[in-house]
Design a protein around this ligand. Sequence first.
Ligand code: MG
Length: 215
Amino acid sequence: MHHIDVHMEADILGKNTKLAQKNFEILKNHGIRAFDLLGAIGSGKTALIERITPMLINRGIRPGAIAGDAYGDDDYNRIIALGIPAVNANTGKECHLDAHLVHHAIHDLPLNDIDVLFIENVGNMLCPTDFTLGAEKRIVVVSTTEGDDVVNKHKMMFRECSIGVINKVDLAGAVGADIKRMENDMLHYNPEIKIFRTVMKTGEGLEPLIEEILS
Ligand code: MG
């Protein structure tokens, strides 16, 4: 029985990867650069969009977003409050976005009015890992309040991402988190990963992060 499950999973992932490539091409044809935002609930993914949006607009770059959540429209409402185009993508029982959902979301966006698209995945560190969506970079956001062993517990996620954000660094002392350990763990699993320390609440550390995202 087990080998059948493995084949089915490989088939699903294969189809997803193909559709993700199609998404990438559609976005590219519209001159849109897309970025996945991955990480746990409360890590700071939506806050990153909130912080970065006015900074991008100041540079003449028009952001848009897909808000992936299992249920509800909490993130979506925060994003449209920024005055940028967004689509709410509810996954229901699924704990991750897939390329198919993103494909539909893309068709609901005004693609000619967007230069940079953030795709915020469902908040968890496991399910989204294998499902690429068509973005050019994957960004993982962790916070010190998740514990400094959070990276070590989710090594697969960090292997898939080119940017690692450690958020809430101002709270590290209060929760006894060793930021250096988190950075070392990230580099251990992905020597190429670019790491940034941020405080989304105040905007600390966002300038260098934005430069890396757009590089
Ligand atoms: Mg969020």
